[in-house]
Write a protein that binds this ligand. Sequence first.
Ligand SMILES: [Fe+2]
Length: 347
Amino acid sequence: MQNAPTRTPEREAFYQRMAPANLTPLWEVLRGLITPEPQSPVRLALWRYDEVRPFLLEAGRLITAKEAERRVLILENPGLPGESRITTSLYAGLQLILPGEVAPAHRHAQSALRFIVEGSKGYTAVDGERVYMSPGDFIITPSWTWHDHGHEGEGPMVWMDGLDIPLVQSLDASFVEGYGHEVHPPTRPSGNTAARYGANMLPVDWKPSKPASPLFAYPYARSREALEEMRKAQEWDPCHGLKMRFISPASGDHAMPTMGTFMQLLPKGFASAGYRSTDATVFSVVEGEGRIMLGEQAFDWGPRDIFVVPSWKRYLLEASSDAVLFSFSDRPVQEKLGLWREDRGNH
Ligand SMILES: [Fe+2]
């Protein structure tokens, strides 16, 4: 594209005259609106769990889960200060619940995912069915489903929340509703949904009515076992190691319509080829240690750390031990809109 037109006094005066009529010249802003490639303010950033955890526990002393509604520390991208966003389209936070506490039932238009970081015997109830959470488990609460959280065990229970809040905000489609009682009454016994939709079968006459997966829990034991079994074939992707996406058993599509979720294994000594894609991605480390490199920047990561990679910036991953990473991004949205692109290799 050619350079921006000169701002002559006559043109300036013209722009000022039209402003009260809610008009503005495209040629003055075009280059910032339609860029040759993504120019994201999002930065590569890493949150070390050891640094975040004391703040979370302090929050646990200062405010109850009930008063906070959700006791969460937002993981805010340093390139988007004050915007409650980890990428331009996604929100992430770390939520703490303490023994005996309840995070009250509500539902909202925003879809949410939980990725469990620490603790056990805490639960998330989705439309009244409880699922107990352990580290590495991945749970969804699709748009407009009732959900509450509780903790029947000991010690802190922490998970990463991922929501499409900024995306819903940009569409002006936000709705939220409180249930009116702290806990949604149990509707089905624990494990019922997993049996109905998660055993490679579906109830014979069941038809999906929503775009999200009918299955709302993806236990780590099963994902980890699949990765371990698959590694025997030694078919490593040069960019991703061994990377799987979580799906809806009803459609084979992503588990949620707005957020893609992935689990990958990097074997000890793995050094990836360069990779970039248009979906800025949030990673949560489950196991192992390694490094993320982007341009001049590099961060070492270990278990429970979280890092975010911006759109269309080439990065490399290394693993110094066998490592498992969970990640999520807005890839399903970009795919549906025909916008998603990737670029593999170091060129
Ligand atoms: Fe919620």
